[in-house]
Design a protein around this ligand. Sequence first.
Ligand code: G3P
Length: 220
Amino acid sequence: MELILDSAVIEEVEEIASWGVLDGVTTNPTLIRRSGRNFEEVIRSIAMVCSGPISAEVTGTSASEMVREGLDLKSRLPENVIIKIPCTPAGLSATRSLADQDIGVNVTLVFSVAQALLASKAGASYVSPFLGRVDDNGGDGLKLIENISETWKNQGITGCKILAASIRSVHHVEMCARLGVHAATIPYTIFTELMENRLTEEGLAKFLKDWEAVRSEGRA
Ligand code: G3P
């Protein structure tokens, strides 16, 4: 499963990239706003440390605006930027147009199997179901991920990856991997929690203490 960081904070991207496990980065207007920095500056600085796909979202609402923005972003930003487009009828049309020009598109704000299917038909490279927000609204986000995964398998869809988004817990990440999802975009705090385990910390502390004893006995 591709491990993607959902962040527009360069320090967070640098830290996770330094672990050697970062496959890409997703941003959205909310994350850019929270970063307090200039949109293009953020994307360029992420591209300095991440060679995988970096999603940059369009903000136009008509198909022609989205296509214009997408082409403009592709012409100005680093090669590995892909265009993030909302799952609306205009978004599908823009996805088709950009995909026909060999531009990678991540269709975002997907909340049903039907929307995911349409996005893949329109030529999206990634579809992003928002599982946490489904949970927030009384649904079952992981069930949605499972249903989309099953649909992909049964339909033999290969050109479009399922990118689980709106992830809220380590459990979400583990379940996405178990369900065979292609990619998950994970907020920084959850990414760091993936590595946390009390037994690892306690085990390491004991190893270090015992090694110190070995050294003080002059045996190392
Ligand atoms: O990638 C989409 C993600 O940023 C949405 O997450 O937590 O705002 O639902 P959230």
